[in-house]
Write a protein that binds this ligand. Sequence first.
Ligand code: PLP
Ligand code: SF4
Length: 432
Amino acid sequence: MKYQIYSLHNYRKIPQIDKFSEQDLKNIDVVGHVLPFKTNNYVVDELIDWDNFHEDPIFILNFPQRGMLQPEDFKSMASVLERETDKVELKKAANVIRHKMNPHPAGQAHNVPELNGQKLPGIQHKYDETMLFFPTQGQTCHAYCTFCFRWPQFTGMDDLKFAMNQIDYVIAYLKAHPEITDILFTGGDPMVMKASILDAYITKLLDADLPNLQTIRIGSKSLSFWPYRYLTDSDADDVLRVFEKVTKAGKSLAFMAHFNHYRELETPALEKAVARIRATGAQIRTQSPLLNHINADSDVWSTMWRKQVKLGMIPYYMFIARDTGAQEYFGVSLTKAWEIFRGAYTKVSGISRTVRGPSMSCTPGKVRIVGVSEIKGEKVFVCEFIQGRNSDWVGQPFFAKYDPRALWMDDLKPAFGQEEFFFEEDLARMML
Ligand SMILES: *Cc1c(COP(=O)(O)O)cnc(C)c1O
Ligand code: SF4
């Protein structure tokens, strides 16, 4: 299958363009100047249901929607577009809006480690056991999700980009930190890399003497946006051989697949790609944020987990959409997130209950909403860390005042008249 990209500049060439109204086109043009917009022929021809595209979750996942900008931002960008054609000026106007959308959340700047006094900007190390690696060649994706908070990486705001190409530093860092058992290749999407580049990175890791390294993880949305990566791309077989190399070396390869809706699991191409990846000995775990307009419905989740299990994948995380980007459009309250999670979790067998959530990736760690309860007459959220900047915090229940409008950790206050949460003093010290 030939890979055809559609973006702001050529999307009017999609075969289904006659279905769009003038207003539809304008909305895409205006919002697409601010948020990243890229899709491809697989998404357009095999995933989107064009009979009902305005409500189609995959259409909303890839095509910019008017509601993703605040009305005043939409208006100002629209008027700039009417009078301005100069690219630099358009970018300036877009960057003003982008900066309002908080592109650098969760104290990420604090996670950039150092080795011998040198900053390593292509690495993040927040939790003891797992290090993130952003290979330079993997900082784009086969299509862009409209909810994505990583858009600084795609829109040319270079100073906010985390990337580097020096695997040697990664190896030196791993040797200096024997507590790390997992390295996660992330992006963008590392599976946009050529097999030869992935092979170079992986081979160096495997050849280095790293007895503590157990698992190589690859975080990728390629199975939903371009399953032909594993079927018909010219280096599809080579990529599978790289995966095999990992499992044959006695390490585990965890393919962390992003799916947002069960519709992404229904094509023959997807089924074949999953089977080929599994045949290399890799395990596929799945994760997704909970998104209004796309999957804010427990039936969507239970169906998605069941289909994943049927295809041999392991449900792993449900995330709460973070406080960046078009959060007003995609955001789901913590109460509703818990109800949706529970509604889905109670409808699947224990085999699917490997999934954990709903979870917020925030500055102190991954905080899960365990539930809503009432203790001594006070209604509370029961929370727990499933990952913590300090691993001692993990698994200790703590309580926040119930607030039906709370969307994110910042909105939560300690329950029972406490001044602060149990981890806050410790956290403040760590963030100095
Ligand atoms: C989620 C996450 C990880 C991995 O955590 P696991 O619980 O091991 O899956 C690592 N680093 C960061 C920054 C994360 O958000
Ligand atoms: S595939 Fe991942 S990194 Fe790429 S746009 Fe989607 S969420 Fe962002």
